[in-house]
Structures are given as C-alpha cells and as structure tokens.
Design a protein around this ligand. Structure first.
Ligand code: ZN
Ligand code: MN
Length: 487
C-alpha cells in the first residue's frame, strides 16, 4: 500500500503535525473559559488579548493533560521551557505565540497503528492557540475578502502539538495514523477529537523520492486539513503534483500549501518560514516546568487503557482464532473500540454469547446509535444477544428488538419481543413445519435423503417462508438433520 498512487518507482514520505485543543475549563495562561461556540469576544481578558503589562500564569491541568498525552505516546516527559514565537497576524494580539521550542515537555515516543506498524513521535509540546479570523466574501479566504472579522475567544486556549517522524508511506497510512492519534487523544480525556470543530487540526509534510533512495526530498506543508478524508486526498494529490514537477525536470519548492477541497488540488499559500524567521527567545514571564516523579507516575496511573490495548483485549475473546489485521473482524474490533462499546461485547461473551455474534451485533447494529448503546443497561443487551445465541429469536428479530432497546434506553428484551409478536417458535412447531415441507415435496426429500446436500437450502427456505421468518435457522437445520438420519 506504500508508494505514490499512479506513479510507479516513487516513494511517498509523510510526517504529520497535529494540533489538539485540550479539554480544560480555562485557557492556558489566564482564567477565561475554554469553550467552543460562544458569542465572539466574550471569553477574553487582558492576558489573552495581549494587553501591555498583563502576565501569564500557567494552567496546571493543561500541563497534566499534556503529560497524559506524552505518556500515552510513550514519550519521555522532560523538564521544559516556554519560548516566544514571533510573527505578525491579526488573530494573535501579542504578535507572538507562547510555545515550547528546544525543550518540549514530551519527546521521543511512538504510536502503534492498528496494522502493527510503529510511527515515531518526535515531540508533543504545549502552546497557546490563536484567535480565529473569518474572511467575509465569496471564497472565505483572505484573497478577495470584503472584510475580515476576528474572534479572540480561542486566543490562549491550550494546545498540544504532536509532531510525527516522517515515517508514513501512503495516504492510507497517514489517515490511519491520524485516526489512531485521535482515538488516543479521546481515550486520555485530553481532547474531544472533533476535527469539524477544530479541536484537532492536521498539517501534513509531504515529499517524494525515487523508490529505494534513503534521502528526503524537498517537502511541502499542507495546512489545516479538517477531516480524515481531506487528509488522505490532499496527501495523494500533493504527492502526484510533486512527482509530475520532478518528472518534467522541475524542482519542488519548499512552501506552505492549502488544500482546495472543491478543486481537488493543493495551492501555494506562502513560502515556508524557517525557525530563524520566528526569532524565538525564552519567555521571560514564565519559569521552567519540571514535573517530579510523583506527578509523572500519578498521571501514568490515572491513564485508562489505550485503544491498541483494548483492541488486543477484544481480539483475545476469540481465543485461538486470531483476528487478522485488515480483515472484516479487525474492522469490527476497531469500530467497537473507536465508539467505546467494548463493554457490551465483553459482557455478552462473559455470559456465554459467541464472540463473533457479540462483536457483529455491537459493531454493526449497536454502533448505529453509539451514544444510546453506551447508556444501555448491559443486562438488557446481554439478555437479547443470548436469545439469538440460543435460537429463541432470529437475527432479524434481534436487530428489530435492539433498535427498540436503543430507542427506549433499555427494557426487557423478552417483553419487547412479545410486543412485536416475535413469539419464539416451540420445537414442536418447527418440527411440524419441517414435516409439512417434507410432505409437500416428496421428490426433493427423496433426493435430499440420498445425499443431495444442496437441497438443505430449499427445505430451510420453505420452512422460513411458512413461518414468515420467525423460525430459527439453526433449529430448522437441526430438525432437518434429525429427520434425514431417521431410518
Ligand atoms: Zn483571558
Ligand atoms: Mn504549533
């Protein structure tokens, strides 16, 4: 799956920079509320407006969440300092951003993708967010805007910027990394991971090189990809653009580009800044952050199991029938973990429901309303799946009752099944229907008895039709087998 789609002989090299807004009550250096969607410029004060004489005070909870992210990404948590990153833009009232530069709080970690590949994490540092500029005009971009509006509610919101090593080799892998990182950020409780609200923003550094080369080509940075889909598309198109430039004898210029979703192409935004353009210097108003061992281990102990560990735990329910990476079952496991529905599967299996059935119902049906499913009493869910496992209800009936349970927020599945008229067919009733089917089709029965196995479906279908779908397929099969074995 690696390479540049449509261009043999080239290799794609991608590293991602992800900005994640931390779910703190207040901003990074002041007591203003950190909340999304409020009336513009209402959550502001002299500190986050950058007024002269105001002083920053570091938010302890933000440091703690940054440490949680670092721990989950297997980073070293280090003594760190803050720097001023100087540049001019109207959404940044101080004309500098307080960020971490050569001494980030987290460094040298890794993240494991669902397929088992490891991606290096160079650093995950703390910094403040900027305000938000809205360009009013047809394009929504600064060029051609009639006027621009700025909202400082976001100014000073705590961010962790997570920088991966250039270890990703395909658009699909870049997407998989971003999805896994988002799941980890949500699991740590540090972020809600909402790309559509900007709580997680992805920049992609993309370069290409001849297959087999170990040198890095000139990279371009694509800014602010706001969905996993855009990320994969933008990486693919940018790689193809670079290959075409190089194959026609040109050179790739290092620059920052913007992904134009409508045109399906990246376009130049500005030539790339180097670190020296920002004139970094130590922030004189903040002291170094030196988390002691006690604090670090308290953060580590409070961390819940991460998605990779939870996927392994669900996989273990299948015993010696391993969950193949990339297969349908591994997709189901990933869906269940992603939606936080692990407990439903585990509880059902603990009560004797086959793992494949518990996983399928959870990943396919419960997942259609994950919020409701997470609130469902486990006892209702388990009781329903047991009715399918024992053949009391058919799969179709179970899906219907499950939809009722999700809608009502719980209930007695047996009761709901009765209300729906899903009376379990007694074994006598099934036997009688099988007998009727045999009597109605003596020729076929004779052929079936003399070994024509493909007629199983014919008889099962006849009984299903007669029972209007209420007979359990397994019970019908068992009765057919019993009758066939009779002398
Ligand atoms: Zn403030
Ligand atoms: Mn940043």
């Amino acid at each position: 799956m690696s390479g540049v789609p449509g261009h043999d002989g080239w290799e794609l090299v991608v590293g991602l920079e992800v900005h994640c807004e931390l779910k703190t009550a207040t901003k990074l250096f002041c007591g203003c509320p950190n909340s999304f969607g409020d009336e513009p410029n209402t959550n502001v004060c002299p500190v986050c407006l950058g007024l002269p004489g105001s002083l920053p005070v570091l938010n302890q909870r933000a440091v703690e969440l940054a440490m949680a992210i670092g721990t989950a990404l297997h980073c070293d948590i280090r003594p760190s300092t803050f720097h001023r990153k100087n540049y001019f833009y109207p959404d940044m009232p101080k004309d500098y951003q307080i960020s971490q530069y050569d001494e980030p709080i987290n460094a040298d970690g890794w993240l494991e993708l669902p397929d088992g590949a490891r991606v290096g994490i160079v650093r995950a540092h703390l910094e403040e967010d900027t305000g938000k500029t809205t360009h009013a005009g047809a394009s929504g971009r600064i060029h051609g805007a009639d006027y621009s509006l700025v909202d400082y509610n976001r100014s000073g919101v705590p961010l962790v910027e997570i920088v991966s090593a250039p270890d990703l080799r395909s658009p699909a892998q870049a997407r998989s990394y971003a999805a896994e990182l988002r799941a980890i950020l949500v699991a740590t409780g540090a972020s809600d991971g909402k790309m559509e609200e900007g709580s997680m923003r992805v920049d992609a550094n993309v370069s290409v090189r001849r297959a087999g080369s170990s040198e890095l080509g000139t990279r371009c940075e694509i800014k602010n990809l706001n969905s996993l889909r855009s990320l994969a598309h933008a990486v693919e198109h940018e790689a193809q653009r670079q290959v075409e430039v190089l194959e026609s004898g040109g050179v790739v210029r290092q620059e920052t580009r913007h992904w134009d979703e409508d045109r399906g192409a990246t376009v130049t935004l500005r030539s790339k800044e180097e670190a020296e353009d920002y004139r970094y210097f130590l922030e004189p108003d903040l002291v170094p952050v030196v988390p002691d061992d006690g604090w670090r281990s308290a953060v580590a102990e409070a961390l819940p199991p991460m998605p990779a560990a939870r996927r392994r735990k669900l996989g273990a329910l299948f015993g010696d029938e391993p969950v193949e990476p990339g297969g349908a079952r591994s997709d189901q496991v990933a869906t269940v973990v992603d939606l936080g529905l692990d407990e439903l599967v585990e509880a059902a299996v603990a009560e004797g429901v086959p793992a494949a059935l518990a996983l399928a119902r959870t990943a396919n049906e419960a997942a259609t309303d994950a919020d409701a499913a997470r609130r469902l009493p486990l006892v209702s869910y388990v009781a329903l799946l047991r009715m399918e496992a024992t053949g009391e209800l058919t799969a179709t009936q179970v899906k219907t009752v499950l939809a009722d349970l999700l809608r009502d927020g719980g209930g007695d599945p047996a009761e709901l099944a009765r209300e729906r008229g899903f009376e379990a067919l007694s074994s006598e009733a099934v036997a009688a229907m099988v007998a009727d089917a045999i009597a109605a089709h003596p020729d076929e029965w004779g052929r079936y008895r003399s070994g024509e196995d493909k007629l199983t479906g014919f008889f099962t279908g006849a009984v299903m039709k007669a029972s209007r779908g209420q007979a359990d397929g397994k019970a019908v099969a068992a009765e057919l087998a019993r009758r066939r074995a009779e002398p």
